[in-house]
Design a protein around this ligand. Structure first.
Ligand SMILES: *Cc1c(COP(=O)(O)O)cnc(C)c1O
Length: 361
C-alpha cells in the first residue's frame, strides 16, 4: 500500500539535533566538555529545593509560575508580569516560532548561530534565512540586509554559541531599530550571566515593543538536566506566548529548584569569576600551542585549527584520553572544536593533551 501519510512541509528538512557526546567507547572516566555545562553543578540551595519537591509529586504544579517569575523579576529588576517560563529556553524559542512564523514567513539568524533557530523555524513551516558573519561575529548590516517584508523573527545569541563572540549594546540597539515593523528581534541570552554587568538586553526590551530576551538555567546555574528557561518581552508578545504555553509546562521540581537557584547570587558570582579565570588561562595556553580562539565572553572557547583534518585528529586524540569536546561542523566551523571551560584540573588536562597532540614537550 502506498504511504499517503506525510508530515507538514519543512519537517523532513530538519536535521536531528545532536547533543554533546557523553561517552567514549573503552574509556571509563571521561571529562565532558561538550555541552557548556557548569562543571560545579547547581547551587546546593537548588539541590535542596529539588529534593524537597518530592513531597508534592502527587500534586499538579502551579500554572502561572508566579513565585519563580517574582524571584527572577526581583533579582534582575524586571516586571514579573512580562516574564514567561518554559522547559528550557528552547521552549520559549519554540513558542515564538509557533506564535509568529508559519509557511511563507522568514526567520533570520546568522551562519554560526544556534541550531535550534533553524529547527524551530522549519518545524512551523517557515523559511530559515541564514546570514553571513564577519570573522565569526554577527554583522548587523548583513542581518538587516537579509530582512524582507516576510521576516517575522530575527534570532541572535549574544554572546553567541559556538563562537563565544558578542556584539555591543549599541549594535544590538541598531539591529532592534532596523528590523522591519512586522518582525521581532529575539536576544538569546543563554550566556549573559557570564558577562559581568551585562543585562542580556533587558533594558532594550523595556525600551521597545519589538524585542524579546530569552534566558536559561542550563548554563551558569548548572541545571541543564532539569530543563528551565524564561523569556522577557513586551506585554503584547508575552500574552500571546502564554496562550500557546501548556498550563503545566513546568513541574514543581523545576519551578522550586530554579527559584532557589536564581536567588543564590553568591553562587552565580563565584561561578562567573571562576569561569573567567580558567577561560583566560585555557585560551592563553592553547594560543601558545598555536591553537588560537576569538575572545570568548561565554563558558567555552572555540579553538581554531589549521584545517578540518587537524581539528578531527585533535578531537580523536583528546577522546582517547577521555576528554570530550564538541565538533562544530554542523555550525559551518569544521576546522574548530568548542571546548567548555571545566574546572581547573580539566582545563589543565586539555592544555596538556593539546600540547602532546602538537608534539610540544
Ligand atoms: C544552551 C543554549 C540555550 C539553552 O537551551 P535550554 O533549552 O535553555 O537548555 C539557548 N541558546 C543558546 C545559544 C544556547 O547555547
Amino acid at each position: 500500500m502506498r504511504n499517503e501519510i506525510k508530515p507538514q512541509p519543512g519537517i523532513l528538512d530538519i536535521a536531528l539535533y545532536e547533543g554533546g557526546k557523553a561517552h567514549v567507547a573503552g574509556v571509563a572516566n571521561v571529562v565532558k566538555l561538550s555541552s557548556n555545562e557548569n562543571p560545579f553543578g547547581p547551587s546546593e540551595k537548588a539541590k535542596e529545593a529539588f529534593a524537597r519537591s518530592v513531597r508534592s509529586l502527587h500534586r499538579y504544579p502551579v500554572t502561572d509560575h508566579a513565585d519563580l517569575r517574582a524571584a527572577i523579576a526581583e533579582v534582575h529588576g524586571l516586571d514579573a508580569g512580562r516574564i514567561i517560563c518554559g522547559a528550557g529556553s528552547d521552549e520559549i524559542i519554540t513558542f515564538l516560532c509557533q506564535a509568529y512564523a508559519g509557511p511563507r514567513d522568514e526567520v533570520v539568524f546568522t551562519e554560526h548561530g544556534f541550531l535550534m533557530y533553524r529547527i524551530s523555524s522549519l518545524a512551523v513551516g517557515a523559511t530559515p534565512v541564514e546570514v553571513r558573519e564577519r570573522e565569526r561575529t554577527a554583522d548587523v548590516d548583513a542581518i538587516l540586509a537579509a530582512c524582507t517584508r516576510k521576516t517575522k523573527l530575527v534570532f541572535i545569541a549574544n554572546p553567541n554559541n559556538p563562537t563565544g563572540t558578542m556584539i555591543s549594546a549599541a549594535e544590538i540597539t541598531r539591529l532592534a531599530e532596523g528590523v522591519p515593523p512586522q518582525a521581532i528581534l529575539v536576544l538569546d541570552g543563554a550566556y549573559a550571566e557570564f558577562v559581568e554587568g551585562y543585562d542580556g538586553g533587558a533594558a532594550l526590551v523595556d525600551a521597545r515593543q519589538n524585542v524579546v530576551m530569552t534566558r536559561t538555567f542550563s548554563k551558569i546555574y548548572g541545571l541543564g538536566g532539569l530543563r528551565i528557561g524564561w523569556g522577557y518581552g513586551p506585554k503584547h508578545i508575552i500574552d500571546v506566548l502564554n496562550r500557546i504555553r501548556g498550563p503545566f509546562n513546568l513541574s514543581t521540581a523545576q519551578l522550586e529548584a530554579a527559584e532557589a537557584a536564581v536567588r543564590d547570587r553568591d553562587y552565580v558570582n563565584k561561578c562567573r569569576a571562576e569561569n573567567a579565570r580558567m577561560r583566560g588561562w585555557l585560551a592563553g595556553a592553547l594560543a601558545e600551542l598555536g591553537v588560537p580562539s576569538d575572545t570568548s565572553m561565554a563558558n567555552f572557547i572555540l579553538a581554531r585549527f589549521a584545517s578540518q583534518e587537524e581539528a578531527e585528529n585533535c578531537d580523536t586524540f583528546l577522546q582517547k584520553q577521555g576528554l570530550i569536546v564538541r565538533r562544530v561542523g554542523g555550525y559551518k566551523l569544521p576546522h574548530c572544536v568548542r571546548i567548555t571551560i571545566g574546572d581547573e584540573a580539566s582545563c589543565r588536562q586539555v592544555a596538556h593533551a593539546v600540547a602532546q597532540f602538537k608534539g610540544v614537550k
